[in-house]
Design a protein around this ligand. Structure first.
Ligand SMILES: Cc1ncc(COP(=O)(O)O)c(C=O)c1O
Length: 489
């Protein structure tokens, strides 16, 4: 049976896998964001159960024609709105090899004898770069981090740690009073995964949003909120690069304030984006103080040239994972079985291998230079926007995100007509999405800097330079294209 890999099917498998690689590379190297726009009415045909199989070569040819043209190409130099293109060649090699090698990191001795230790190495590299202390590692309890399948997985595990840390025994007895499981996040820019996490882990919708100034906590309001809710706040979340503006909060100040009021509050840094700065000697100081936080979420698939999906949750005191462990005789009670400290995950593929390959291949120094280039490109666009007649800038560029709006003529903005401006930018976004030539992101955001009207809710466009194929010329062309589109609508 040639469909199943064995010695007899080797030649056939090699041919098909060569073709697979070829398709993947040709796709990534195509300049279009999307070649065709998918029509949802095609779903009816797609959901027919495939009773009789199709020979793989034919299936690949069909896939090339009928699926790939509809995929979004993050590698296109016109894709400017969302995280990383995942273009590390070594990272892609690691991703492919992980699927070939089929290790399961739930246990070490028989499922993942070397993979377990290579994953520990990756986590330890991250811990060291972010400034956490590294102690001798004699078991899984000394590592101080876990690999999850995404920033959301890391954030929910951090919330679980915060809950158990603040109210011991919720693991066995459950949550008695969700109102004492409050979590503070910055208003208007927090990632939804924190609120969702609280609901998933039985703490209810107990997020408190605190006012920000320039998208960072207003420390006075934070203090007042902490005092008013004393004994009921289990965690404060701070961003090193929030999803919208990529602003970095004042970690040291927030740490000192929170721990002065209640030292049991868990401090969580969502650094899914901003941890990348730790690779650059020049930019690292922007996240200083992050090492004081109890936990840090990182998302290599957003910022390190790594294909989806992989995240790492790091914690300051490795032993704290004991708070949330739950084991079974099906997980080996051995010193290095990851399954003992990875809530929500059973079988675990070797997703950290792509990080291992990328870091070994590019090295910290050069990765730092890549991160610096992304930052510089964003600063360059910021200057173009400030110089322009047609666009306004809505954030200070801290990492690689530029939040802007098309306003026609910025000398003539009418702040009583914000709905019209929002609608215009939404139309531009939808036009670009349907056209498939460029991609810029969009969301809602408070006008924290008071560019149009203080704290009015705006619907801007967002450039994000997590794509290293982008040049200044591409960016300039994008701005001109947006102006052209605005004239058409
Ligand atoms: C700041 C931040 N945290 C967490 C997440 C969730 O990450 P993931 O999509 O990998 O689950 C995101 C995703 O955009 C994010 O921007």
């Amino acid at each position: 049976m040639k469909e199943i890999l064995n010695k007899k099917s080797e030649d056939y498998a090699r041919k098909c896998l060569d073709k697979t690689l070829d398709l993947g590379l040709s796709f990534k190297l195509n300049s279009d964001v999307k070649q065709k726009v998918f029509d949802k009415s095609m779903l009816d045909k797609m959901i027919e159960v495939p009773v009789n199989g199709i020979e793989l070569n034919k299936l690949l040819a069909k896939f090339e024609k009928e699926v790939i043209p509809y995929c979004s190409n993050f590698s296109s130099s016109n894709f400017m709105g969302f995280p990383d293109a995942g273009n590390s060649v070594a990272g892609i090699s690691g991703a492919i090899l992980a699927d070939f090698l089929q290790q399961n990191l739930i246990n070490s001795s028989f499922c993942a004898p070397i993979a377990t230790y290579m994953e520990i190495a990756v986590i330890t590299w991250f811990r060291e770069l972010l400034g956490y202390k590294i102690k001798p590692i004699k078991s899984i309890w000394d590592v101080g981090g876990i690999i999850t399948y995404g920033g959301t997985g890391s954030n929910v595990t951090a919330m679980l740690l915060a809950r158990e840390n603040y109210h011991s025994d919720t693991m066995t007895k459950g949550v008695f009073n969700p109102n004492k499981c409050k979590v503070i996040i910055p208003k208007g820019i927090g990632h939804y995964s924190i609120r969702s996490s609280l609901m998933w882990i039985g703490c209810g919708d107990n997020v408190i949003e605190v006012e920000t100034e320039n998208f960072k906590y207003n420390l006075k309001t934070l203090e007042k909120t902490l005092v008013e809710n004393k004994g009921e706040v289990m965690c404060v979340v701070c961003y090193a690069g929030d999803s919208r503006t990529m602003t970095i909060d004042n970690f040291k100040e927030v740490h000192d304030l929170v721990k002065k009021i209640d030292k049991n509050i868990w401090l969580h840094a969502d650094a899914c984006h901003g941890f990348s700065l730790a690779f650059s000697k020049k930019l690292k100081n922007k996240i200083s103080g992050i090492e004081l936080f109890d936990s840090i979420s990182t998302d290599p698939h957003k910022v390190l040239e790594i294909p989806y999906c992989v995240s790492a949750l790091l914690i300051k005191d490795p032993q704290k994972f004991k708070l949330i462990t739950s084991t079974s005789d099906l997980i080996m009670q051995e010193d290095f079985a990851w399954g003992q400290i990875t809530p929500f995950i059973g079988s675990k593929s070797w997703v950290s291998l792509k990080i291992w390959f990328m870091m070994k291949n590019i090295g910290v120094k050069k990765i730092g230079e890549i991160i610096e280039r992304r930052h510089k490109m964003a600063l360059w666009l910021k200057d173009e926007i400030v110089k322009s007649k047609e666009f306004i800038l809505l954030n200070d560029v801290s990492i690689n995100s530029v939040v802007f709006m098309y306003v026609g003529d910025k000398e003539k903005i009418d702040n009583t007509k914000i709905d019209e401006l929002n609608e215009m930018n939404l139309k531009i976004y939808n036009y670009l999405l349907n056209e498939g030539k460029y991609y810029l992101h969009k969301f809602t955001i408070p006008d924290n800097l008071g560019v149009i009207k203080k704290d009015a809710i705006l619907v801007p466009l967002r450039y994000m330079s997590g794509n290293d194929n982008i040049s200044k010329k591409n960016i300039k062309n994008m701005l001109n294209h947006v102006i052209d589109v605005s004239k058409k609508i």
